[in-house]
Design a protein around this ligand. Structure first.
Ligand SMILES: Cc1cc2nc3c(=O)[nH]c(=O)nc-3n(C[C@H](O)[C@H](O)[C@H](O)COP(=O)(O)OP(=O)(O)OC[C@H]3O[C@@H](n4cnc5c(N)ncnc54)[C@H](O)[C@@H]3O)c2cc1C
Length: 420
């Protein structure tokens, strides 16, 4: 049962413990973002006693997240899709429109999930709704203890990992899951280095009301400065991720509501009719990060602690859920065979299993983004030809659609339909 220790220092079962009597768990998940909460729920669904440590869950995040069908299947397999499904809007079609002013433009292309015999490619949700449902599930799970605190350090020996917290006694466990975001303390404690890079772009992010229905179609305009993507939400609302130069994103962020609405209507070519802002605006500078290793110090890194890239193509949390699925399979197997869950062998296996997927997704997002930015004619030709080919050849169409959902070559067992 979840105990909220730091919120009220007089309650919770760990409260009587001194550091020398630290409580021990199978796993400690660090980070109360979506990746951390889903990791805790996945581990608990496989019988692992888990402590989840992080600051209060963000129940006001106005961003949205599109989860692809493989992620939906994973949430179903760990028993939580039924609690989440009503908050998601299905994405049945994906329309790509070349909005560049270049010499070579790709033809408009619409992909339909029904071509893959799926009801939807993916499902979009407001982060505040996602976090609310995950928080309730965590709180009601007998195998998860929630500690509202931040961590300062992780140390380890041959038998256990010890976590030093800011306001709570130390906690020990067999293995630590680092889902503590870009500035991960788990990663730093393990001495794992990162590769970091920046893009000359920023994303203006907000939600919109519109007067025409979206028919569950996600629309992406490819523009010279980056994509402009409107993703369906319930009723006549959609989320917008609009990638621009940092200067222009900041300029637009300072526009009055009516002026910004008029600009967005023009850029969207009125495909959803007239637009009204339906959330505060946020600007995210675009950057990327990969951890050189995804494990060490009895810790497994996942989510943005291990890899971060621009919000293009809805890949970030989907990739993180594949980290969670692989880690859950390895740890559940170790628990059931009474093997050490934090052994060097398990850590290396996790790192090896995740590398190719992380590199290929990071590269794909990077290439797609750079292909829009470049003025080089050969690159424009390839992009136009790629989309043209995709729109004409059924086999290529299906291949592209499948790979957009998840890598078919390395899908973790926990993400497959039970009868596969
Ligand atoms: C505008 C935008 C749109 C996006 N859209 C999509 C999409 O459509 N589909 C998709 O798949 N992905 C999308 N993403 C990516 C997705 O949002 C991220 O992958 C996801 O939020 C990462 O989750 P996370 O839990 O790894 O990290 P975070 O959300 O950053 O969570 C990290 C957690 O760790 C906690 N923490 C940090 N330090 C400590 C500490 N010392 N001790 C304890 N806890 C700590 C933080 O408080 C936080 O709770 C989008 C991203 C952006 C910016």
């Amino acid at each position: 049962m979840a105990a909220n220790l730091a919120a009220d220092s007089t309650k919770g079962k760990n409260n009587d413990l001194t550091p020398s009597q630290e409580k021990s768990y199978d796993c400690a998940v660090i980070g109360t973002g979506p990746a951390g909460m889903i990791a805790a729920l996945a581990l608990a669904s496989n019988g692992l006693e888990t402590v989840l440590i992080g600051p209060p869950v963000n129940l006001n995040d106005a961003r949205t997240t599109a989860l692809m069908d493989a992620s939906r299947q994973f949430l179903d397999n760990i028993g939580i899709w039924k609690d989440l499904r009503s908050a998601f809007t299905p994405l049945e079609k994906m329309r790509l429109i070349d909005g560049t002013d270049r010499l070579l433009r790709a033809p408009e292309t619409t992909f339909s999930a029904s071509e893959l015999d799926l009801p939807a490619f993916g499902y979009n949700i407001l982060n505040k709704d996602l976090n609310r449902v995950l928080f309730d599930l965590v709180n009601n799970n007998e195998l998860i203890e929630l500690v509202e605190d931040t961590i300062k350090n992780v140390s380890s020996n041959d038998h256990k990992a010890t976590i030093e917290l800011s306001n709570t006694p130390d906690i020990s466990c067999h293995v630590v899951i680092g889902a503590d975001g870009r500035n991960s303390v788990v990663r730093r404690s393990a001495g794992i280095e990162t590769k970091n890079w920046k893009y000359p772009q920023a994303a203006l992010v907000l939600n919109l009301k519109h007067d025409l229905p979206h028919y569950n179609i996600s629309t992406e305009f490819h523009r010279n400065t980056g994509p402009f993507t409107m993703v369906p939400l319930p009723g006549k609302t959609s989320s917008l991720v609009y990638v621009e130069t940092p200067e222009r994103a900041e300029e637009l962020n300072n526009y009055k509501d009516e002026a910004l609405e008029a600009e967005l209507e023009k850029l969207s070519k009125f495909v959803l009719g007239s637009l009204k802002l339906a959330s505060p605006r946020q600007v995210y500078p675009l950057s990327g990060l990969t951890a050189v290793h995804m494990s060490g110090n009895r810790s497994l890194l996942m989510g943005e602690a291990a890899h971060a890239f621009p919000p293009i193509g809805a890949q970030g949390l989907n990739l993180s859920l594949r980290d969670v699925a692989v880690a859950t399979e390895l740890l559940a197997n170790a628990k059931h065979t009474k093997a050490d869950m934090g052994s060097a062998e398990l850590l290396q296996k996790y790192d090896r299993s995740r590398k190719a997927d992380v590199i290929s997704r990071t590269t794909a997002v990077d290439l797609l983004n750079r292909s829009l930015l470049t003025d080089a004619l050969p690159v424009q030709m390839l992009r136009s030809l790629g989309l043209y080919t995709a729109s004409r050849i059924p086999l290529v169409r299906r291949l592209l659609m499948r790979e957009g959902i998840a890598p078919s070559w390395s899908l973790p067992t926990l993400m497959r339909a039970q009868n596969d």
